[in-house]
Ligand binder design. Structure first.
Ligand code: PLP
Length: 398
């Protein structure tokens, strides 16, 4: 059997034995290094998806490999019935570098948002009694695929067929303070939003919006939850996207790039909320194992110490200039937007054919909301790689 027929066999088997929940590209990826991936035939791909904003330090990062190897020889998992050092050290590093005072570790973005929703409800029920439980989230938002997080997600396509949805979720228009004010009633305990909507198509709010939302929350006694699952961990050129807006939340969820590909999520909050999550109130078997937290600590240390945030800002600016150049040459490009290396290019028509054309030429890109080409490469991406993709986009866009 030659290589490509091996891949065909793998893909045929996948069709048989996996749920068809994903529409996958026609490739079996075998190996990665930095921003590059290789399939079974040795064909190379330049990766501008980065595992969907996950592999910030790139593929096969020696930092990840070293932490993984060292820790796997010491201790992988013991449960949260015991203290383990990497977990505490990662929590300390997150606390020292954020608005937050305490951390709950879990395994994914959805689970971090579940924890955020539960903490907001429990804190509010303890403080105000029953009846104050509604979470207002945003139209066009994405918070995950569990029942609570899809109930909090402002996209009908994510909710379709799963009705009845959970009670206690309402939606406001994003980037519209008056619309938010009109949604808030006495049952509301928290406002939950992504500082920049990712799955919604890389939508950045106006500069003063998040500050106005925070002020409104303080005025009405509401908690503010920022879902930084996609925008966090340096993606936008700051460790957390809300830093661009000079506004901090009461609660924040993280996942994706936190473990550079190892499954880890985290929910962080201020001291005031800490006691609402007392012993037995919330838990998860795998949350914050020594293995994943040792890796996440190494990743976060590198992000902070090795200049990757500055690099991300620089490369993001360079990339956007390139894309603005494409916009001038290609009328199909409607808008270029984003922060750092979270960039969306909105097209006048569906983006799928261009994703496919780039794929054929060995470039992995992604499309959100049908018309928005989304670029979330590893933060270590270089100018040469951005040049190469820009040239291919120049060729494939009409
Ligand atoms: C903003 C945001 N929140 C939550 C999630 C869900 O994360 P996970 O897929 O790890 O559950 C995502 C995933 O894309 C996301 O972008």
């Amino acid at each position: 059997m030659d290589h490509s027929s091996l891949s065909e066999a793998t893909m045929a088997l996948a069709d048989k034995v996996l749920f068809p929940t994903y529409k996958r590209a026609h490739v079996v990826l075998m190996r990665g290094e930095g921003c590059r991936l290789w399939d079974e035939d040795g064909k190379e791909y330049l990766d501008f998806v980065g595992g969907i904003a996950v592999c910030a330090l790139g593929h096969s990062s020696p930092i990840v490999s070293r932490a993984l190897e060292d820790q796997s020889r010491k201790l992988v998992h013991v449960s949260n019935l015991y203290y383990t050092k990497p977990q505490v050290e990662l929590a300390q590093l997150l606390v020292e570098n954020s608005f937050a005072d305490c951390v709950f570790f879990c395994n994914s973005g959805a689970e971090a948002n579940e924890a955020a929703i539960k903490l907001a409800r429990r804190y509010s029920s303890e403080k105000y009694g029953p009846g104050k439980y509604t979470i207002v989230s945003m139209k066009g938002s994405f918070h995950g695929r569990t029942m609570a997080t899809l109930s909090a997600t402002g996209q009908a396509k994510v909710q379709h067929g799963y009705e009845p949805l959970l009670q206690g979720f309402k939606f406001a228009p994003f980037n519209d303070l008056q619309g938010l004010e009109e949604t808030i009633d006495d049952s509301v305990c928290a406002v939950m939003l992504e500082p920049i909507q990712g799955e919604g198509g890389v939508i950045c709010p106006d500069p003063g919006y998040l500050k106005a939302v925070k002020d409104l929350c303080l005025e009405r006694g509401l908690l503010l939850i920022f879902d930084e699952v996609q925008t966090g961990m340096g993606r936008t050129g700051k460790l957390f996207a809300h830093e661009h807006y000079g506004v901090s939340p009461h609660i924040m969820s993280l996942a994706k790039a936190l473990g550079n590909g190892l499954p880890i999520g985290a929910m962080l909050s201020t001291e005031e909320l800490k006691s609402a999550f007392g012993p037995g109130s919330h838990a998860t078997t795998f949350g914050g194992t020594p293995l994943v937290t040792a890796v996440a600590k190494a990743v976060l240390t590198s992000l902070l110490k090795d200049g990757w945030l500055g690099h991300c800002q620089k490369m993001g600016k360079y990339f956007r200039e390139k894309l603005e150049g494409l916009k001038r040459r290609h009328p199909i490009v409607k808008e270029v937007r984003g922060f750092g290396l979270m960039i969306g290019v909105e097209l006048e028509q569906t983006g799928a054919p261009f994703v496919e054309e780039c794929f054929k030429r060995g470039f992995l890109i992604n499309c959100a909301q049908d018309r928005v080409l989304r670029f979330v490469p590893p933060l270590i991406v270089g100018q040469g790689e951005i040049d190469a993709l820009s040239q291919v986009l120049d060729e494939v866009l009409p």
